[in-house]
Ligand binder design. Structure first.
Ligand code: MEV
Length: 331
């Protein structure tokens, strides 16, 4: 269910208040359950502290869009149409007719755009927050999340809503999409100790819409096989929860490997991701799986302790994969 506080009236230039608005949206990594979450299965995700910042102000003509976000080479070009669909959806949702009220949107921040890091949701959340401030709408976070979801839907088809939820609320969550259109089940998770991870970048940008659609085609063609994968995934999820909560990294790593195997079965991995997993495990990582859309994008690697984290990152960087070292479960 989408909550919205945007009235049906078109906004006029006088409603631009002090003339500008700012907002941020966080990146994310999915620990368990990408793709399965689209079908109502539960998932675990962590927002990153890296964010996209949006500034919106009165423009000179139509929509001026300036995208200063750092990126994996080629990301913005590949996502050009998707970004345009998101912007159109946001302007429509916030009732802004840029012919009458020109607007300028500038994106910045330290989130490096890549497939799998929730960059499109961070865009949607940051612009929604900035427009809320510009138009003085006093929207709640749930309403901001609703607006960000609308932009995600326009951008990538049938999103579960997990990415925009992380982008808006931050933190570590479990997420279950309500397939009947009611409120999604979102719970905050607390874990006993934070843990080091590496996010390794394949350098390949993927369209979420295409990969999600391919999974649907596979499921329609071969429902029994995919249902079996879903059943196996449910077991992975239920074992992962206590392992994560209690800091049982050995078990958690094995479950991440299992989750990656299940994602391979539904054809969303690729040779670069599988190669990164092999290198990471050979460098003694506790576990590794693709995170997000797949068929490129990022690999999430569990590396408890800074020394292991550095060693694994070195092994991957030595063969040309960029790595980000961060933690999940920190305050
Ligand atoms: C993308 O970050 C995650 C997917 O599960 C799609 C979605 O949940 O909307 C692939």
């Amino acid at each position: 269910m989408i909550e919205s506080s945007v009235s049906s009236e078109a906004h006029s230039i006088d409603t631009y208040g002090n003339g500008n608005g700012n907002g941020i949206g966080y990146g994310k990594t999915i620990l368990f359950g990408e793709h399965f979450v689209v079908y109502g299965l539960p998932a675990i995700a962590a927002a990153l502290t890296d964010y996209t910042k949006a500034t919106v102000e009165i423009g000179t003509e139509g929509l001026t869009f300036i995208d200063n976000r750092p990126e994996t080479p080629g990301y913005k070009e590949t996502k050009r149409d998707e970004i345009q669909r998101q912007l159109n959806a946001l302007l429509k949702h916030f009732k802004i007719d840029t012919k009458i009220n020109p607007i300028k949107i500038t994106l910045s921040g330290n989130l490096v755009c890549a497939s799998g890091i929730g960059a499109s949701a961070a865009l949607a959340a940051s612009i929604s927050r900035a427009l809320n401030q510009l138009l003085d709408l006093n929207m709640t976070d749930e309403q901001i999340n609703g607006a960000a979801y609308i932009a995600e839907e326009a951008g990538s088809g049938t999103p579960s809503g997990i990415d925009n939820t992380c982008a808006v609320f931050g933190g570590l969550i479990t997420f279950e999409k309500n397939l009947h259109g009611g409120l999604n089940k979102i719970e905050r998770m607390k874990i006993k100790q934070s843990v080091e991870i590496v996010l390794a970048n394949s350098g390949i940008t993927q369209e979420t819409k295409i990969v999600v659609k391919d999974v649907k085609i596979l499921k329609d063609k071969n429902p029994e096989m995919v249902e079996k994968v879903f059943e196996n995934y449910k077991n992975v999820f239920h074992s992962a929860l206590p392992a994560l909560e209690n800091g049982n990294w050995k078990i958690l790593g094995e479950l991440m490997n299992k989750n990656h195997e299940l994602l391979q079965e539904i054809t969303v991995s690729c040779k670069e991701l599988d190669k990164m997993q092999k290198i990471a495990l050979e460098a003694n990582a506790f576990g590794a799986k693709l995170t997000g859309t797949g068929r490129g994008g990022l690999m999430l690697i569990l590396t408890p302790g800074e020394e292991l984290q550095q060693n694994v990152a070195n092994s991957l960087e030595n063969v040309g994969f960029n790595c980000k070292k961060t933690k999940i479960g920190g305050d």
